[in-house]
Design a binder for this molecule. Structure first.
Ligand code: 3PG
Length: 396
C-alpha cells in the first residue's frame, strides 16, 4: 500500500479514518486510551506538514444516533495529546461538517461524530461514502482495528478520494503481523490461548504452516484433552469440535511442528474469583473440578521451548486471567516474552484482544516488540485473510 511520506500535504484537507473505538465507563470517562495514543503519530505528522485533518471513527456498535456512543468525550484527550484544540462536529456528513472543514486552518483538526450513527456506514453505501469523501482532498487509513470491515469510511470512501494511503499505525501493524509472520526469524513459536477452539481454528491452521513450535493454553485445551480421551471434569469443552481438535494434533505432527499442550492444570471447584483450587495433572482432572489455568510444570516447559526461539506471536490467555487466582499462567507468558524481548532481542508480537489486556495488566506493554491495536483485525490477518480496508488502499 502507499504510504504517508509520499503524499503532498501542505494546505490539503486529509480525511483520516482512525480506530478511536475506546472503552468508556458509565460516566463517559475513557478507561483505556491506547487506541487514541496509537493514532497520534499519523495525525501529528499531518499537522506538522501543514495539512488540515478531518478525523473520523466509529465507537461501539450503535443502532442509529445514540448519545452514549458519541465521540465527544474523546475531544479533551485528543486535544491534549495533539497539542491543538480539536473541533468537534455534531455529525459526520452534511452542511455543518462542510462549513467546519472549509474553515479549518492548516494544522487544525476536525473530529467528526460517530460514523456508525448512519446505517449506511456498515452497509458501505456509496452515496454515504461519497459524502464523507466530499470534504477532503486525500484519504489516510490508520484504523487497523477496523480494517477487517468493508465499511463506507474504511473501504467505500477510497473510491472517491485519491490518493488513499496507509497511516503509520496501519503500516506498523502490517509490518509486524504480515511481515514478521510471513518472514520470521526462526525458530518461530506461536502461543494460542483463549476459551474456545472454534474462534481460533483459522489462526491455528494458518500458523501450523509457519511455526516450529505451537503452544496451546486456555479454555480451548480441554477440548483437545477430551478428544484424546482424558478426564476433563467440568472444564469447558466444545463437544462439536472434538474431531477437529484431533485433526489439528495430527496436522501438527505431519508438519513436524512441536505442539505443546499444558501438562498440569490449576483446577477450581467453581467458576469464581474465590474458588477453591489445586494443581492436578492435565490428563486427570477430577470429576467436579474445572480447569481455569495452566500449572507450574506447564509454564516451565513452555518457557524452555520459548528460550529457543527468535520470533514469538501470542494470541489468547492461558487461563481465566481476569481472576487474580488464575492469572499465574498468563502472567508467566507475559513475563517470559518481556524478558526475551529485552535481553535476547527476540521479536514478540501480541496479536490483539485478551492477551493485550493481560500484558497491560502485567505492566509489560512497553517491553514487547509489537502490541496490536486490533482484536478481530489481527485475528483475520493471522488467519491469512485479506483485509478490505487494506486492499482498498492505493498500491505504492
Ligand atoms: C474493534 O474493537 O475490534 C474494532 O474497533 C472493530 O469494532 P467492531 O467489531 O464493532 O467492528
Amino acid at each position: 500500500v502507499g504510504t504517508l511520506g509520499e503524499a503532498d500535504l501542505k494546505g490539503k484537507k486529509v480525511f483520516v479514518r482512525a480506530d478511536l473505538n475506546v472503552p468508556l465507563d458509565d460516566g463517559q470517562k475513557i478507561t483505556d486510551d491506547t487506541r487514541i495514543r496509537a493514532s497520534v503519530p499519523t495525525i501529528k505528522f499531518l499537522l506538522e506538514k501543514g495539512a488540515k485533518v478531518v478525523l473520523a471513527s466509529h465507537l461501539g456498535r450503535p443502532k442509529g444516533v445514540t448519545p452514549k456512543y458519541s465521540l465527544k468525550p474523546l475531544v479533551p484527550r485528543l486535544s491534549e495529546l495533539l497539542g491543538v484544540d480539536v473541533v468537534m462536529a455534531n455529525d459526520c456528513i452534511g452542511e455543518e461538517v462542510e462549513k467546519l472543514a472549509a474553515a479549518l486552518p492548516e494544522g487544525g483538526v476536525l473530529l467528526l461524530e460517530n460514523v456508525r450513527f448512519y446505517k449506511e456506514e456498515e452497509k458501505n453505501d456509496p452515496e454515504f461514502a461519497k459524502k464523507l469523501a466530499s470534504v477532503a482532498d486525500l484519504y489516510v487509513n490508520d484504523a487497523f482495528g477496523t480494517a477487517h470491515r468493508a465499511h463506507a469510511s474504511t473501504e467505500g470512501v477510497t473510491k472517491f478520494l485519491k490518493p488513499a494511503v496507509a497511516g503509520f499505525l496501519m503500516q506498523k501493524e502490517l509490518d509486524y503481523l504480515v511481515g514478521a509472520v510471513a518472514n520470521p526469524k526462526k525458530p518461530f513459536a506461536a502461543i494460542v490461548g483463549g476459551s474456545k477452539v472454534s474462534t481460533k481454528i483459522g489462526v491455528i491452521e494458518s500458523l501450523l504452516a509457519k511455526v516450529d513450535i505451537l503452544i496451546l493454553g486456555g479454555g480451548m485445551t480441554y477440548t483437545f484433552y477430551k478428544a484424546q480421551g482424558y478426564a476433563v471434569g467440568k472444564s469447558l469443552v466444545e463437544e462439536d469440535k472434538l474431531e477437529l481438535a484431533t485433526s489439528l494434533i495430527e496436522k501438527a505432527k505431519a508438519k513436524g511442528v512441536s505442539l505443546l499442550l499444558p501438562t498440569d492444570i490449576v483446577v477450581a471447584d467453581k467458576f469464581a474469583p474465590d474458588a477453591e483450587s489445586k494443581i492436578v495433572p492435565a490428563t486427570a482432572i477430577p470429576d467436579d473440578w474445572m480447569g481455569l489455568d495452566v500449572g507450574p510444570d506447564s509454564t516451565k516447559t513452555f518457557n524452555e521451548a520459548l528460550d529457543t526461539t527468535q520470533t514469538i506471536i501470542w494470541n489468547g490467555p492461558m487461563g481465566v486471567f481476569e481472576f487474580e487466582k488464575f492469572a499465574t499462567g498468563t502472567d508467566a507468558i507475559a513475563k517470559k516474552l518481556a524478558e526475551l524481548t529485552t535481553s535476547k532481542g527476540v521479536t514478540t508480537i501480541i496479536g490483539g484482544g485478551d492477551s493485550v489486556a493481560a500484558v497491560e495488566k502485567a505492566g509489560l506493554a512497553d517491553k514487547m516488540s509489537h502490541i496490536s491495536t486490533g482484536g478481530g483485525a489481527s485475528l483475520e490477518l493471522l488467519e491469512g485473510k485479506p483485509l478490505p480496508g487494506v486492499l482498498a488502499l492505493d498500491e505504492a
